[in-house]
Design a protein around this ligand. Structure first.
Ligand SMILES: CC/C=C\C/C=C\C/C=C\C/C=C\CCC(=O)SCCNC(=O)CCNC(=O)[C@H](O)C(C)(C)COP(=O)(O)OP(=O)(O)OC[C@H]1O[C@@H](n2cnc3c(N)ncnc32)[C@H](O)[C@@H]1OP(=O)(O)O
Ligand SMILES: Cc1cc2nc3c(=O)[nH]c(=O)nc-3n(C[C@H](O)[C@H](O)[C@H](O)COP(=O)(O)OP(=O)(O)OC[C@H]3O[C@@H](n4cnc5c(N)ncnc54)[C@H](O)[C@@H]3O)c2cc1C
Length: 674
């Protein structure tokens, strides 16, 4: 159906030509990213409803709004969507439920409606995540209906002015008072002020608050508590609560990221989030199966971020690829017509590996999501938590890798659009500023890399003893028997090259750690003295995981041969792009020789040429609606220059020929110089 629609839509001749020959079934690829045909259909129906609704339009472009207007406009739309979703029969018919919510938030609302942040994001992401994942069944029965209906709006408040990364250093306290059966929530210092949470400033009436649990003078570490911040109906901040917004940020300025202080605020004991740890009425502390289970919402969000940045990369690559097919510049041969810039190999090298990255990220994120679901199932069944370290390490690794790759990739897409990429109307600047914070939030990336390294070093030592290994490091078992050099440059050969490089790097850094320890350095200091190397090995291991998952996903693929063939080419491109970028590492470890690197570079050029004719079709297959792209350069029709001109006309400065500022400042200056 959509394929037929595409045939009759207007697009500029350059894009017509690109679309005329396509070697694969685009719809099949669309279905992959939607998670099946049915989901594609649901998403398109939702899009039609949402994008034709006048209540979801912006009265003026948000770039020309004040800080308050932006917040108000986003809140208006967010509340409207929440109500509409719950009451509109059209939306109920589509199926509603978690799948529809997922699509609405990920692909439609987050990118097309809430263009620069959404005050209800944390409510739907982490507040509901904490209720569903961290509360006992009894607590869920109390809180979930209120949160789902919007009777209460919540956020997740963990980070403080003084501590974000170091959770054990949080200063907010929750002290149990057995006399009244209450916790007293308190911010003892300025640095204990909660700082950053989305939707905290003016929107949320409740929050999940991470605080140090104190019972009878003993500290049991950070635990989550539900605290009411604002009165029902009046929304006035409650006694003992000081709450507000933290001010403008690099991006996401329609959200009201906030601060929060507690002055001995009392909450019922049952407001402690008690799926895993509990405090009984007499003050007895019931330990969880693992102290880290209270960090579960963060793990879920790290998994979510992998998908979220993937959507951002889909948007950026769609914009830059279509633009590269429409934009003509310079000469390939003197005197000839200016070619489409996508004819330049260097331009192909910008867009095509990033298109391939979308697939790589998606497949690895899917595997991670399945690991998450398996661990969740085990937690709910009360069975063992064997896979928890694997989940923690892989979610840290992939969140850190993908948030970095995508942020860098978006930057390359912006540069690939030349000057026009710097215009807000290209949407690339906002895609960038909405993505780069994912390198910081939900665990600052360097810190996450060090968590991965900790897991790798432990596993490496376990492997030397012949111990049990988690799935992502099962390859360590070969580490003593393998020769370093790979002889075959197939995908599995290159994956093996990564394995060998990780092992070689681990061997070296483990030796250095050992040496420092033998010289009398305390382990923590030895660790710090090796931490640059440790971060490097964690990055290479993460790249190994992604390459390995890409190859495995394709091995299982059962679709048409056309799609299979194009995905094989993209997989090969991703592998060679990654390996040639990391060639210093692979050469140093002895996995590759310089001659092999040359062969791979040659093949890279051939792949770029082979994939070039499919570039536009590949991004079309992501099936991103023009509203989702929101870009003068990336729209489906490719009518770039008219769109750029029309957007410029919306500048308030163009409302009059001579602005007031001229009469105030320039005219006196110019007159005095007469
Ligand atoms: C549902 C959402 C869907 C989509 C989302 C889409 C888009 C997102 C959009 C917006 C997101 C918006 C906002 C972001 C919100 C936030 O930022 S909330 C705040 C997040 N804060 C952090 O992430 C803090 C980072 N810090 C930490 O996670 C930890 O402190 C630490 C891991 C760095 C260290 O913790 P420590 O307690 O100090 O531990 P340690 O001593 O170093 O290690 C002890 C052992 O525990 C293991 N471990 C640590 N964490 C976990 C975990 N989460 N799970 C399992 N295991 C864990 C660690 O490996 C150690 O194990 P050992 O066996 O080696 O001892
Ligand atoms: C847009 C945005 C939204 C956010 N939303 C929320 C939210 O909803 N709720 C919430 O609770 N928080 C939120 N945060 C806060 C976020 O989770 C923290 O900023 C993040 O966890 C990093 O912590 P930090 O700011 O304390 O950085 P720091 O830890 O102070 O990092 C500063 C530097 O120190 C380095 N560093 C720190 N510790 C180590 C170490 N052990 N080893 C080596 N280097 C180290 C880091 O690598 C970094 O270079 C948000 C942040 C942003 C930007």
């Amino acid at each position: 159906m959509a394929g037929k629609q595409v045939q009759v839509r207007f697009c500029v001749p350059d894009l017509q030509k690109e679309r005329a020959n396509c070697s694969f079934n685009k719809e099949e690829i669309t279905n992959i990213f939607d998670g099946g045909e049915h989901n594609t259909e649901t998403r398109r129906k939702l899009q039609n409803i949402i994008f034709s609704d006048p209540n979801l339009q912006d009265p003026i472009p948000p770039d020309y709004m004040s800080h308050e207007q932006r917040y108000e406009n986003e809140l208006r739309k967010a509340v409207y969507v929440m109500k509409k979703f719950m009451t509109d029969p059209q939306l109920q018919d589509i199926g509603g439920g978690p799948e529809a919510i997922k699509w609405m938030y990920n692909s439609i609302l987050r990118h097309a409606i809430h263009k620069d942040g959404n005050p209800l994001m944390l409510h739907f992401g982490m507040f509901l995540g904490a209720i569903m994942g961290q509360m006992s069944e009894e607590q869920q029965a109390e809180w979930l209906p209120k949160a789902m209906s919007g009777e209460i709006i919540g956020t997740y408040t963990q980070t403080e002015l003084g501590h974000g990364t170091f959770l054990r250093g949080l200063e907010t306290t929750a002290t149990y008072d057995p006399v009244t059966d209450e916790f007293i929530i308190h911010s003892p210092t300025i640095t204990a002020t909660k700082w950053w949470p989305g939707g905290l400033g003016k929107t949320s009436s409740f929050a999940v608050v991470m605080a140090q649990l104190h019972i009878r003078g003993q500290n049991y570490g950070p635990h989550p508590f539900v605290v009411q911040l604002r009165e029902h109906v009046t929304h006035a901040s409650r006694p003992g609560i000081t709450v507000g917004e933290i001010g403008p940020r690099l991006g996401l300025n329609s959200n009201d990221n906030g601060f929060l202080r507690f002055d001995n605020v009392r909450i019922p004991r049952t407001n402690m989030v008690m799926k895993h740890s509990k405090v009984l009425k007499d003050g007895t502390y019931v330990k969880p199966k693992s102290a880290k289970l209270s960090y579960g919402v963060m793990v879920l969000t790290r998994v979510g971020i992998c998908y979220d940045v993937c959507w951002q990369l889909m948007r950026a690559t769609t914009i830059a690829t279509r633009y590269a097919a429409v934009r003509h510049q310079s000469e390939l041969e003197v005197g000839e017509a200016e070619p489409q810039i996508i004819e330049y190999q260097t331009q192909q090298y910008k867009v095509l590996p990033m298109i391939a990255s979308v697939y790589a990220i998606w497949f690895a994120a899917d595997t991670l999501r399945h690991t998450y679901m398996e661990v969740q199932k085990n937690i709910n069944k009360g069975s063992d938590l064997d896979l928890l370290p694997e989940l923690h390490a892989s979610s840290c690794a992939l969140k850190a890798l993908f948030s970095t790759d995508v942020t860098d990739g978006i930057s390359v897409m912006r540069l690939g659009c030349g000057g026009h990429g710097y215009l807000a109307s290209s949407n690339l600047p906002r895609i960038y500023t909405s993505t780069t914070p994912s390198q910081t939030y939900e665990g600052e990336n360097t810190v996450l890399w060090l968590q991965v390294a900790r897991f790798l070093i432990k596993s490496f030592r376990e492997a030397s003893k012949g111990g049990r290994l988690q799935p992502s490091v099962a390859y360590f078992k070969n580490h003593q028997t393998q020769t370093r050099r790979i002889t075959d440059l197939s995908n599995s050969g290159l994956v093996s090259g990564y394995e060998r490089s990780v092992l070689s790097m681990l061997e070296a850094v483990a030796k250095q750690l050992q040496q420092y320890s033998e010289e009398g350095m305390r382990y923590e200091h030895a660790w710090n003295a090796c931490s640059v190397r440790l971060v490097n090995v964690a990055k290479v291991h993460a790249r190994y995981i992604v390459c390995d998952q890409f190859v495995k996903a394709l091995a299982k693929y059962e679709g048409s041969s056309g799609v299979r063939q194009i995905m094989d080419q993209l997989c090969r491109l991703y592998m060679i792009y990654s390996v040639t970028n990391d060639q210093g590492i692979l050469l140093k470890s002895g996995a590759l020789t310089p001659d092999q690197c040359n062969l791979l570079e040659e093949e890279l050029g051939e792949l770029l040429a082979a994939l070039r004719p499919e570039a536009v079709n590949l991004v079309d297959a992501f099936d991103l609606h023009d509203e989702v792209l929101d870009s003068t350069l990336g729209a489906w029709d490719g009518d770039v220059y008219n769109r750029l001109y029309n957007e410029a006309m919306k500048s308030p400065l163009n409302k009059v020929d001579v602005p007031d500022a001229y009469y105030k400042y320039l005219q006196p200056l110019m007159k005095s110089n007469l």
